[in-house]
Ligand binder design. Structure first.
Ligand SMILES: NC(=O)c1ccc[n+]([C@@H]2O[C@H](COP(=O)([O-])OP(=O)(O)OC[C@H]3O[C@@H](n4cnc5c(N)ncnc54)[C@H](OP(=O)(O)O)[C@@H]3O)[C@@H](O)[C@H]2O)c1
Length: 325
C-alpha cells in the first residue's frame, strides 16, 4: 500500500482526497518511481476542475516529480532500479508516493541536480525551453512581454531570457512580485493592478511594441496582449490561469496588425524521446551553469495538496511549489 491524492469527480480543492492505493507493478516499457518530491502546476488545477478532462475516475493528479526508480518493466533499457530520475509529462498520478509511468517519459538526473529542484523545475523549465528556444526562437536583443513574471514559469523565463540577452517586460500583480521578477532578470515590470499595460509597453519600447507576447493568463489578458504586439508579431497563448480564451474571430489578427497566433503545449514539443532528451539537456545545462536557479518558494506535504492548489489559484504563490510525499 502507498498514499496518493486522487479525485472521484471534478470540483474545487475539496475533491482532492488523500487515500491508500495499491501501486501497480510496471508493465512492459514502464517504470515505478518512488517520488522524493512532486511538482505543483496550474495544469493540475485544470484537471481538477474539469477544464481539461481526465481519462477516467477516480483519477490520480499531477504530471511532474523526481525520485528513484524502484522497479522496471520488461524491455526497459535506458534506466534501471536505483537510478535518480525526473519526469514532467503524463499519465496523471504524480501526486503520490509511488508513480508508474512509461520509461520513455523519465530522464536520468545529473548528480548535482537535487530531487526538489527537478520536481520544481522540470515541467516549468521545459516549457520555458520550448517557448524561448523553439516557439519564438530568441536571438538576443529583443524586448518581449511575459505575463505572470513572478510565477513558476515566469521566474524561470526571466532568468533564461536574460541569459539570452533579451529584455523581458514582465507583468505582475503586486509590488513584491515586481521586485522578485526584477531580481530574476526582468528588464522592466508592469503592475497590471496599477498601470495600463499597453501604454507602459508603448513607453518602454518607444512606440515599437514587442515582437512576441508569452501569455499564460488567458481570458483576462487576451486583448491586452494583442495590443502590445508589433505588426506581424506572435501571440503565444500558452495557459488559462484566468480562464480559457473562447469565441475568437480570427479576423482580429488582421485588425491588430497581421498577427500570428499559436497555442502550444509541452506535449506538443516534447513529442518524441529524442526531442524530450534534447530539451532536458538544454534545461540541465542552464541549471548546472547557474544561469537559471529554481526558486522553491513554497513546500507542502503531499496530503496538503488542496491547500497548495488553493494558494496557486489565488495568486498567493511566487516561483515554484512542491509537494513532499
Ligand atoms: N502550455 C504549456 O505547455 C504550459 C506548461 C506549463 C505551464 N503553463 C501555463 O503557464 C501558467 C503558469 O503556470 P505556473 O504553474 O507557473 O503558475 P504561476 O505562474 O506560478 O501562477 C499563476 C500566476 O498567474 C497570475 N494570474 C493572473 N491572473 C490570474 C487569475 N485570474 N488566477 C490565477 N492566477 C492569475 C498570477 O500572478 P500575478 O499575481 O502576478 O498576476 C499567478 O500567480 C499557467 O497558466 C499554466 O497553465 C502552460
Amino acid at each position: 500500500m502507498a498514499k496518493r491524492i486522487q479525485i472521484a469527480r471534478p470540483g474545487g480543492p475539496e475533491v482532492l482526497e488523500y487515500v491508500d492505493f495499491e501501486p501497480a507493478a510496471p508493465k512492459a516499457g514502464e517504470v515505478r518511481v518512488k517520488n522524493h518530491a512532486v511538482g505543483l502546476n496550474f495544469i493540475d488545477i485544470y484537471f481538477r476542475t474539469g477544464l481539461y478532462p481526465v481519462p477516467s475516475m477516480p483519477s490520480g493528479l499531477g504530471t511532474e516529480g523526481a525520485g528513484v526508480i524502484e522497479a522496471v518493466g520488461e524491455g526497459v533499457t535506458h534506466v534501471k532500479e536505483g537510478d535518480r530520475v525526473a519526469y514532467a509529462q503524463g499519465p496523471l498520478g504524480s501526486y503520490s508516493e509511488l508513480h508508474v509511468l512509461p520509461a520513455a517519459k523519465v530522464i536520468k538526473l545529473p548528480e548535482d541536480i537535487a530531487f526538489e529542484t527537478a520536481a520544481a523545475g522540470m515541467l516549468k523549465g521545459l516549457t520555458v525551453q520550448y517557448l524561448l528556444r523553439q516557439t519564438f526562437p530568441l536571438k538576443g536583443g529583443e524586448t518581449i512581454l511575459f505575463h505572470a513574471a513572478a510565477g513558476g514559469v515566469g521566474s524561470i523565463a526571466c532568468q533564461w531570457a536574460k541569459a539570452l540577452g533579451v529584455k523581458v517586460i514582465g507583468t505582475v500583480g503586486s509590488a513584491e512580485k515586481a521586485e522578485l521578477a526584477k531580481k530574476n532578470g526582468a528588464w522592466a515590470t508592469i503592475n497590471y493592478r496599477e498601470e495600463d499595460v499597453v501604454e507602459r509597453v508603448r513607453e518602454l519600447t518607444d512606440g515599437a511594441m514587442v515582437p512576441v507576447v508569452y501569455d499564460s493568463v488567458g481570458k483576462d489578458t487576451w486583448l491586452t496582449s494583442l495590443d502590445c504586439l508589433a505588426p506581424r508579431g506572435l501571440m503565444v497563448s500558452f495557459g488559462n490561469s484566468s480562464g480559457a480564451v473562447e469565441g475568437v474571430n480570427v479576423g482580429i489578427l488582421n485588425q491588430k496588425g497581421s498577427l500570428f497566433l499559436t497555442r502550444p503545449s509541452l506535449n506538443g514539443y516534447a513529442d518524441t524521446r529524442e526531442r524530450f532528451e534534447e530539451m532536458c539537456l538544454d534545461l540541465f545545462d542552464m541549471l548546472e551553469s547557474g544561469k537559471v536557479k529554481i526558486d522553491i518558494a513554497q513546500r507542502f506535504k503531499l496530503e496538503e495538496a488542496a491547500k497548495a492548489q488553493e494558494s496557486l489559484a489565488s495568486r498567493q504563490t511566487t516561483g515554484s511549489t512542491i509537494l513532499i510525499p
